[in-house]
Write a protein that binds this ligand. Sequence first.
Ligand code: BTN
Length: 331
Amino acid sequence: MSQPSLPPSLLALLGLLKDGQYHSGAVIGEKIGVSRTAVWKHLKRLSDLGLPVVSIKGKGYCLEGGIELLSSSDIGAQLNDDVKKAVTDIDVFMQVGSTNDIAMARAFEGSGYLCLAEHQKSGRGRRGREWVSPFGHNIYMSLIWEFDGGVSCLEGLSLAVGVCVVDALQDIGLKELSLKWPNDILLDGKKLGGVLLEISGDPMGTCQVVVGIGLNVRMDDKHSIGKISQPWSSISQQLGHVSRNTLVARFTNRLIPMLSNFHINGFSEYKDRWNAFDAYKNMRVQVLSGDNLIDGEDLGVDDSGALLLLQEGGVKRIYGGEVSLRVSHAS
Ligand code: BTN
């Protein structure tokens, strides 16, 4: 499959500006081997990708705050030894449609392929939504894992992924993290990230799961205006600069052991941890399933990852799929 990427001279420009320092137009042109007019066009292209290019007369151009590009070698170097053995390949693309699609195309290779991109042109969220994926600001990653027991043994897997992500985020000092059923990651009650699992193979036998994770690291308002309808947050709002390469490695260090052992005890091992992070525990919520609104009190999740809703007639179990949950404002 051919991968859409950025032209080499644009990559060279990024490589030059990533230090966050000012570089004159003449020096840029010389170093990347293009004319002054082409330099200007390239800088405009970086701005169009959402990167904060600043120019000052007499000083030149800079990428405000610099940028740490994703690097498969940096990530690989931060993986635990046992995890390193399980990761078969790490690809970093400048630009793709969706990392889940790239990973899915390699699902037949089995467990361990990790795909990352600086920018997704058609990032996908749950329920057919777009996942806004500006260049170089966030994490868009997809990891392939193969299971032998068919889709029935995957119950609760996406919730377990959410637990791995919040555990890794807590390790780096992030506070006020929570999970919104089934697998939204919240920071200060606002959406920080999400998980999208896609499955290929035999639903009754050997199947491959693409574990897609999107996480806002340095997103700002200009990326979201008119595109994201719900309140969102970003790691940088609480912690300032955080290395995306380190984050990806930490997620992978948590995910691989979980994925390797999931066939043994399934979600039950992660249930208590998920419930400890439940953003709406004991609150009245509404679950939208198709056209139906289901009301109840959020009692957390069971061993299969189903949401337990306390209703007048008893406890109702809500299973995943195309559902969404919100706080009920009815008294
Ligand atoms: C959600 O709606 O909460 C799930 C969002 C999942 C987004 C990630 S980004 C990496 C991977 N590629 C995609 O196109 N989607 C997932």
